[in-house]
Design a protein around this ligand. Sequence first.
Ligand SMILES: N[C@@H](CCC(=O)N[C@@H](CS)C(=O)NCC(=O)O)C(=O)O
Length: 202
Amino acid sequence: MLKLYDYPDCPFCQKVRVVLAEKDLEYEKIFVDLRRQEQKTPEFLRLNPYGKVPVLIDEDEVIYDSTIINEYLEDEYPLPHLLPEDSQGRARARVLEDYCDNSFIPPTTTLLAQIRKVEAERDGQRVEQARDELRRSLYYLRDKLNGEDFLVGREFSLADAAFAPRIMVLGRLGFELEPALAPVQAWIERLRTRPSVRGLGL
Ligand SMILES: N[C@@H](CCC(=O)N[C@@H](CS)C(=O)NCC(=O)O)C(=O)O
C-alpha cells in the first residue's frame, strides 16, 4: 500500500492528500511530528535529504516534494486524469502549481503564523506585505480562471489541488474577497463541493 509521511497542517501534504483522494487511492498515513523535529532524524533524512514532508513511498520507490509526488501519482495512477491532454494545457497547470508553491502559499503561511501571535507581538509590516502579495495573487488567479470553472479549463487539475488547501482558509486569514474577485469566489465554492477538498476538514 502507498505510504504518506504527513503533517496535518502542512499545505504541501494537503495538496498530495487531495490528489490521493481524487484518484481514490488507499494509503497509510504516517505522522511526522514537525514540532519535535522528527523530520530531521537520520531515519527521515534517509528518505528525504531536505528533511521535509510530504514523502510518498510506493513499493520501494521513495518520492519527495509535493509537486513531484503529484506528478508521479498522475503518471502511475492516471485515472481520473488531473492534467489536460495537450502540452500547452499541461504546461499551464505546471506553471500555476509552481506559482502556488512559491508565491501563494508563502504569504498565507506568514499570515497564519502572525494571526497565532498575540496582537502586541504581530509584525504589522510583514502582515501588510503578505496581504498585498496575497491580494495580487488573487487577481492573477481571476485572470487565469478567465471565465472557466477551474484553473486550466473545465476540469479540476493538479493546479487546483495545489491551491485548494490555503484558498479554503482565506476567511480565517481575515481575507474578504471584494466584488471584483467574484470569479475567484465562485471557483472556491466549486472546490469546496469536492469530497477530496472537504476531506481536508478545513
Ligand atoms: N517543496 C516542498 C516543501 C515542503 C515543506 O516545506 N514542508 C514543510 C512543512 S509544510 C516542512 O516539512 N518543514 C520542515 C522543515 O523545514 O524543517 C514540497 O512541495 O513538498
